[in-house]
Ligand binder design. Sequence first.
Ligand code: NAD
Length: 427
Amino acid sequence: MTTVRSVPKPTMECETEHFLMAQRQLDEIAVEMGLDPELHERLRYPKRALIVTVPVRMDDGTVKTFTGYRVHHDTTLGPAKGGIRFHPEVNLGEVSGLAMLMTWKCALMGLPYGGAKGGIRCDATKLSTGEKERMTRRYTSEIINLIGPDKDIPAPDMYTNEQTMAWIMDTYSINVGHTVPSVVTGKPVSIGGSLGRNEATGRGVAYCVKRAVEFTELKSSPVSVVVQGFGNVGSVAARLLHDAGFKIVAVSDVYGGVYNPQGLDIPRLQAYVSEMGRVPDFAGGQPVTNSELLEVPCDVLVPAALGNQIHMGNAKRLQCKIIVEGANGPTSPEADQWLTEQGVFIVPDILANAGGVTVSYFEWVQGLMHLFWTEDEVNKRLETIMGRACDQVFEMTKRSGLRSRMSAMRIAIGRLAEAKRLRGLYP
Ligand code: NAD
């Protein structure tokens, strides 16, 4: 062996804690809604999963080997849709659990998609732009049989962005011999991206915060908000809420956070982060660790970084009235249940962060039609779809007494079950 493997080792097991958590949520709602047991069993596992080896020529001339994954959970309602993340903890179980969430999310929002997810097990912060480009292109060519505008349409996720999507689109297009913008969403506007896509997830999160404040008839003025994660989702949500008169009292990134009970100056913080690349040491607040941040007194907590941040180890110390899940899977099922019983209203990830996939759908449709909408049109259509989904989930929660996450899943799985029943089982 001539190459040195100093990159995160591959993992092959699907049944990790992350995946089992997604399965437990399905099991709970399946019993509650009396889902056909045969259909329930089919939905418990991914439809297909691909593990690929991604050799990359590093800048120093050596070759390092990374592991990549792409999973389709279900494709009953349309092509598979889901992000690609670059993270050292990516594994088959995490990607499979997230693909399942994407199935529910697309069904809940009424989008004609199934659920997918993918990723590469790597520390993207330690890779140069050239290394990331070569890794992305090789990964794309390894999964090329799975993706395509009618098959599976990737999008950005953690540590991937519109540049990553441009490389995937270019690699795919070169391989098929013509330009295919609709193979990815979340790409730059100059090569067929949609106006408003970059801000869409954060915009949807901010919209859900407003709707949850109305629904719970919260009387605080101004409403105080804590945001964990200051990337694409967290920074846009914080900025839009700040501009709408909410008081953002704490935010953090991977390096730590800042807290100011009088409210942070978010535009100044954004400028500081674009210059320094990190949140801590911002002069407008006092330092706070990521675990302390979750326990800061506030009306609304927005976890917008990683999964599994709120669990029975810290749930009892949380001091918020509403949680709006910007991240995927930030709350464990046990904490979800316990917090709801304590009167905390949770807007679940499959609703709260669905703004991204909704505008991805708009981007895909615009690309297929070769007809592009204004940013205002995109934002208005996003609000219509988010508003409809919020109404349906909040109404079901009120009527059924279910936790809001279970209400959202019940609506999504009900739609999927109906589609599967009508399509029947092949052969
Ligand atoms: P991003 O890479 O732009 O930002 C991630 C942020 O989280 C960064 O500020 C990073 O510093 C911070 N972070 C990382 N590890 C952390 C830790 N241990 N503690 C605190 N902060 C930490 O990613 P993003 O696109 O903003 O995605 C954030 C979450 O939202 C992810 O869970 C992702 O799956 C989910 N999500 C994103 C989109 C989208 O359109 N971008 C759509 C749906 C869901």
